[in-house]
Design a protein around this ligand. Structure first.
Ligand SMILES: Cc1ncc(COP(=O)(O)O)c(C=O)c1O
Length: 415
């Protein structure tokens, strides 16, 4: 063999050895789980996680810059003019200022943080709402939320020791305005949570109609509206329906969105935004060793998530998210149409990327990690698919073909 080709062979061997090393951790249990996770993400249909994370360049930069030895912490307020040195506050503030106009806030009338999750955002919404109302009226509010809203809201009302009234929703999952009106205690402040995407059916509470119910009662001492937009708050600002997530148009005081759902951050994170009036009507906690009056619930806060958010805004940004949102809507319509074409009972709410349908076999549920529900109004056992970025037309075709096999098998059994 010539020296040149020997050298080439040696380099190729070295490269594949390095590659092999890079792919294994040296811990058998971990390596086995990596396989489970990588296979699982391909058909992860039932939950609202974007499995097309675009963070690989971020991790390359993080290591190449030597950031893995730096311990940052975002304790403190990112919206002050004196960002703390060992934090990523400056980037967190950029993130809030990028998103503020997308949710109908002006830059001079917004306060916000990057949260640890949608639940953390709801926790702030409920806590800020209760404090705001107490500060304005001297009274504790009653919290109203639909019975199909995400369970985090009920859990948090319990945690915060608030009186809660669960309002019935209609068959498709939207809070019934007449039921809200019946339940209202107009002598006490109202803290209302609007579900922007009920958990199973993907319904959006009709905010203009619910606001009109509240407007009919000027005797209510004060009102605070928080929007739980964990999933839909990701894509709606990038569609023609952006007014539905606008503080200005829908008159809400605060909103919570998850970062790991539509935006594609690869681990739990989120956004919380509210008006300055809300921020200014919070309980004072002047903490001398931090940069400011501490309004947020947590002391230590993750400093890497805001960096990831900031990064992904630069990498994907408005143009990329607009394309992704349109694609998600197209694929949702395609899935519904394909289910209809094979006669599989299925339903989808307007503006929703969540299609719910008659529950298939356990094998299909396991293969596609489907989320389960039950509603007698829709024939009993149900399952749903949340059409995220990785749920492509090709994968939908595979799913439909699995359902058709199941239909054929059950037809031949009944023959
Ligand atoms: C409407 C809604 N609210 C809240 C949450 C909770 O968000 P997170 O999982 O980010 O805490 C979810 C999660 O699926 C959701 O769909």
């Amino acid at each position: 063999m010539k020296t040149k080709s020997r050298l080439f062979l040696l380099l190729a061997l070295l490269f594949s050895a390095l590659n092999l090393l890079a792919q294994t951790s040296g811990f058998q249990k971990l390596d086995e789980w990596v396989e489970v996770w990588k296979t699982g993400r391909q058909t992860y249909f039932g939950y609202p996680a974007n499995q097309q994370s675009e963070m690989s360049d971020f991790y390359k930069w993080y290591l190449s810059a030597g950031m893995e030895v730096v311990n940052l912490n975002n304790a403190g307020d990112p919206m002050t003019d004196k960002p703390w040195r060992m934090s990523s506050h400056a980037f967190e503030r950029d993130v809030i200022e990028y998103f503020a106009p997308l949710y109908g806030f002006t830059r001079d009338n917004v306060w916000g943080i990057v949260t640890h999750s949608g639940t953390d955002g709801n926790n702030h919404g409920i806590y800020f709402g209760a404090n705001y109302l107490k500060n304005k009226t001297g009274m504790a509010p009653v919290l109203y939320v639909s019975d199909e809203a995400h369970y985090s809201n009920m859990r948090l009302a319990h945690l915060q020791n608030l009186e809660m009234r669960l309002i019935k929703s209609d068959a498709m999952g939207r809070m019934i305005p007449q039921e809200l009106e019946k339940a209202l205690d107009t002598s006490r402040p109202v803290l209302i949570i609007y579900a922007m995407g009920s958990t199973f059916k993907g319904a959006i509470d009709d905010m203009p109609t619910l606001n009109a119910v509240l407007d009919r009662h000027p005797e209510i001492p004060a009102i605070y509206r928080h929007v739980d937009a964990a999933l839909f708050g990701g894509y709606l600002p990038f569609t023609e329906h952006r007014m539905m997530v606008s503080h200005e148009a829908m008159r809400f005081e605060s909103i919570a969105i998850s970062g790991h759902k539509f935006f594609g951050i690869d681990s739990p994170s989120g956004l919380f935004l509210c008006t300055r009036d809300v921020y200014e009507n919070q309980a004072d906690f002047n903490v001398t060793y931090l940069n400011s009056n501490m309004r947020m619930i947590n002391c230590s806060r993750d400093a890497v998530q805001p960096l990831k958010f900031w990064w992904i805004i630069q990498k994907v940004g408005t143009e990329g998210w607009t394309e992704q949102a349109a694609n998600i809507m197209r694929c949702t319509a395609y899935l519904k149409q394909q289910l209809d074409s094979i006669g599989w009972p299925a339903w989808v709410n307007p503006y929703s990327n969540t299609v719910f349908f008659r529950r298939p076999s356990d094998d299909i549920i396991a293969k596609y990690t489907l989320a389960l529900g039950h509603d007698d109004k829709f024939g009993g056992n149900l399952a749903h698919v949340v059409v995220m970025q990785h749920v492509t037309k090709e994968k939908i075709n595979g799913f439909i073909s699995d359902l058709m096999d199941e239909l054929e098998a059950s037809e031949s059994e009944s023959d």
